[in-house]
Design a protein around this ligand. Structure first.
Ligand code: ASP
Ligand code: ASP
Length: 360
């Protein structure tokens, strides 16, 4: 649909100052009664929270297997409504949130793409969000701009409809629920080898614009003796904000362009796609960087327990022939997203005890 008017720009007093603050200072604003209320940054998650979510994810997975268990889950939140507002393309994140909501009995409305009638008429993004909040009890948003979910939560928290906001991906910045599902996957895959503590993890590909590896790096502060290996072409190196965070938290990291040299050293390899959508001119960015692809023959170079991850969608980063190897965990990782997002939603609506009680 053509736009009839330019998007209205509204000035929100205090937003610019808030946005510039360090994350640690902002976190409190996204909490209520000492609990997380909006999920905006991966830095909001601490170890007890991550451990609890992983346990809750396992419980939901088990319950959902039986009619009786699924029935229990579906009766937890039938009185709540969620809005999925996805103005940036998504398959996985959208479907996993949608199915997580269904599993808990929530009613879901969705908008995919930005051409809501009001936006065509020039309504500001903030007014559009306030409108959503009038009808639902939670907003899950994915947006191409960094800071969008944060501003949404910041605006709503100052109104009398302060409903939870979940960041389902904010441009090249963060993807906290992906980081949550990545941690859940790593903990499950390492369940027989002592968990994530003490492990060496390689992140490979577009580390500069890949929000998943950025969010996951932040979460490493919660684990003991973890070491990171950043493997990227020079132009897509991990940015300084992450490396200085790691230095501040005394998490060792190594940077290299030589993928093969680190393959035998690490316990997990997290592959990522070149994020062309953030190029000034994506048609010029055709290079796929084969030196940063994982090929079938590389299976011989990695350890017997090494876990292969990818947030998906993939292009050429991992040969399809690798999928059959038991160390290829990315399809399990994808499915884990649904369980852990259901766990998070149950927590946000404070019904996690009703799940935990079944197992106590
Ligand atoms: N990166 C998006 C997502 O995680 C797109 C996709 O999955 O296809 O949802
Ligand atoms: N699905 C992930 C994301 O939304 C990774 C990707 O798109 O490459 O960020």
């Amino acid at each position: 649909m053509n736009k009839f008017a330019e998007t209205t720009r509204q000035i929100f007093e205090g937003w610019e100052e808030f946005y510039k603050k360090p994350t640690d200072e902002k976190n409190r604003f996204f909490e209520s009664d000492g609990r997380l209320m909006d999920i905006i940054f991966a830095q909001q998650f601490d170890r007890p929270f991550l451990d609890r979510m992983s346990r809750l994810g396992d419980m939901i997975r088990l319950l959902a297997k039986t009619k009786l268990g699924q029935n229990h889950l579906r009766h937890l939140l039938p009185h709540k409504r969620a809005m999925l507002y996805f103005s940036q393309p998504s398959t996985r994140t959208f479907l996993s949130f949608q199915n997580a909501c269904y599993m808990l009995g929530l009613t879901v409305s969705e908008i995919r793409g930005t051409t809501t009638s009001s936006e065509v008429k020039g309504e500001s993004q903030e007014d559009t969000i306030r409108t959503f909040a009038s009808y639902v009890d939670m907003i899950i948003s994915r947006h191409p701009e960094a800071g969008f979910a944060e501003k949404t939560a910041w605006v709503l928290n100052q109104t009398d409809r302060a409903i939870p906001v979940i960041n389902g991906g904010s441009g090249p910045d963060q993807h906290p629920t992906q980081a949550l599902l990545d941690i859940y996957t790593l903990e499950r895959e390492f369940s027989k080898s002592g968990g994530l503590d003490g492990k060496k993890i390689a992140m490979v590909g577009d580390l500069k614009r890949g929000r998943t590896v950025r969010s996951l790096s932040y979460l490493m502060k919660n684990y003991q003796d973890v070491a990171l290996y950043f493997v990227a072409p020079k132009i897509y190196k991990m940015k300084d904000d992450i490396t200085s965070f790691l230095t501040r938290h005394q998490i060792p990291y190594h940077e290299t362009e030589d993928f093969k040299s680190i393959m035998p050293l690490v316990d997990a390899i997290y592959m990522t796609r070149i994020q062309n959508e953030y190029s000034e001119d994506p048609s010029h960015e055709t290079e796929t960087y084969p030196a940063f692809h994982f090929k079938k023959e590389h299976l011989e170079n990695i350890q017997a327990h090494c876990v292969l991850l990818h947030p998906l969608p993939r292009r050429y980063e991992i040969d399809v022939a690798v999928d059959k190897d038991p160390r290829a965990a990315y399809w399990r990782q994808e499915r884990n997203g649904m369980w852990i997002r259901a766990a998070l939603i149950a927590y946000l609506f404070r019904v996690e005890n009703e799940i935990e009680d079944v197992f106590s």
